[in-house]
Ligand binder design. Structure first.
Ligand SMILES: CC(C)(COP(=O)(O)OP(=O)(O)OC[C@H]1O[C@@H](n2cnc3c(N)ncnc32)[C@H](O)[C@@H]1OP(=O)(O)O)[C@@H](O)C(=O)NCCC(=O)NCCS
Length: 325
């Protein structure tokens, strides 16, 4: 068995890669549909702005048995964790292929001057003992939740909207934030700092705009509703409707800044979002979201709106120095 780098993969290699990810998906389907070849190709060839990506595959007699993707945000040596994803064909597990790919990716991490790496895995799958056996530590548990819009009666939304606290107004926009709210929105994004802490990324107006531009570049639509007091964004919620599958929207960030908490602003902006989506994007049937397992306030808001528990995913972090070589 050899490990090969696929920095510029051929069509044949992309098809083989796709074969591995589809076999992995079929062995443990979850609720996301299997990617099609076009999506796999896009994932391999297009990289998020400001990031680089490295790809490796384990091959034997020209058959592809396992694949690894390393995403490297920022410049080489940046003080930000990289992200790793390893997928081993179900017929070839427990033969050390995952470990071998992890060791090769660890060399790539060292060559790029990185000190840590994140792996996102689903609870209850072999990935948990795999990463734990390699010195990764749990940093975040995320509950995957799903809201079916048909389960939320319009009267309930109207009731929540009418119960909005005095002194705030609702402002909504599509895509990039209006200039007069850009700094205020970046400030509110700091309210999510608990979650982003280990990523070490400060939010500023430029990063807020860049995030919205990235969504637009993919062809997806970003919708934001904010609760504003004077010039302050006290709370906000963001939903993205993907171009490919507009029936299932994704919840992006929701936050209420600490001084404005306890006034039901979170549920207010989310109710306003539901009302807006109904008018603006009636094809949206579901909204999916991830909540930190210890974020009891957000879990309570989502439960009240009717989000139901779907799955648990976990983020693990490893120091590169502890990885196999
Ligand atoms: C997780 C995954 C990559 C492991 O690949 P693999 O090639 O089977 O892993 P290895 O053979 O290198 O296993 C190394 C060690 O991990 C642990 N491990 C791996 N799979 C395990 C399982 N099913 N049960 C218990 N321990 C397991 C063991 O300690 C194992 O050592 P051992 O075989 O000597 O006991 C593979 O199961 C997979 O592709 N899963 C689906 C994709 C996924 O979730 N990827 C996320 C990972 S970043």
């Amino acid at each position: 068995m050899d490990v090969i780098a696929l920095d510029d993969p051929t069509d044949a290699r992309i098809r083989q890669w796709h074969g591995v990810v589809v076999a992995v998906h079929d062995a443990d389907p979850g609720e996301d549909p299997a990617p099609d070849l076009e999506q796999t190709t896009a994932r391999l060839l297009s990289v998020e702005q400001g990031s680089r990506q490295r790809l490796w595959a384990a091959v034997e007699d020209d058959a592809m048995l396992a694949v690894a993707t390393l995403r490297l945000p920022g410049e080489p040596g940046a003080d930000r964790p990289a992200e790793i994803d390893i997928q081993v064909h179900p017929h070839h597990r427990r033969r050390g292929l995952g470990t071998r790919l992890l060791a090769v990716a660890a060399d790539g991490l060292r060559a790029d001057g990185r000190s840590s790496v994140i792996a996102q895995v689903s609870a209850g799958t072999p990935a948990v003992p795999f990463v734990e056996s390699h010195g990764f530590e749990l940093v975040l548990t995320l509950r995957g939740l799903l809201l079916r819009l048909d389960d939320v009666p319009p009267e309930r939304v109207a009731e929540l909207l009418a119960a909005g606290p005095p002194g705030y107004r609702l402002v909504r926009w599509r895509g990039v934030v209006p200039d007069d709210l850009a700094d205020a929105l970046a400030h509110a994004k700091h309210a999510m700092a608990d979650l982003a802490e280990y990523e070490g990324l400060p939010w500023d107006a430029a990063r807020v705009r860049e995030m919205a531009e990235m969504v637009a570049k993919r062809g997806d639509r970003l919708y934001t509703v904010a609760a504003v007091q004077g010039a302050v964004v006290a709370g906000f919620t963001e939903v993205v409707v993907p171009a490919e599958d507009p029936e299932r929207a994704s919840q992006y960030d929701t936050a209420v800044v600490p001084e404005h908490r306890g006034r039901r602003l979170g549920i207010w902006v989310k109710a306003a979002m539901l009302e807006w989506l109904r008018e603006e994007r009636p094809e949206v049937r579901e909204i999916e979201t991830d909540n930190a397992g210890d974020n009891s306030h957000m879990l309570a808001v989502n439960a009240e709106l009717g989000f139901r528990w779907q799955r648990e995913s976990r983020e693990y972090l490893a120091e590169v120095a502890h990885l196999p070589s």
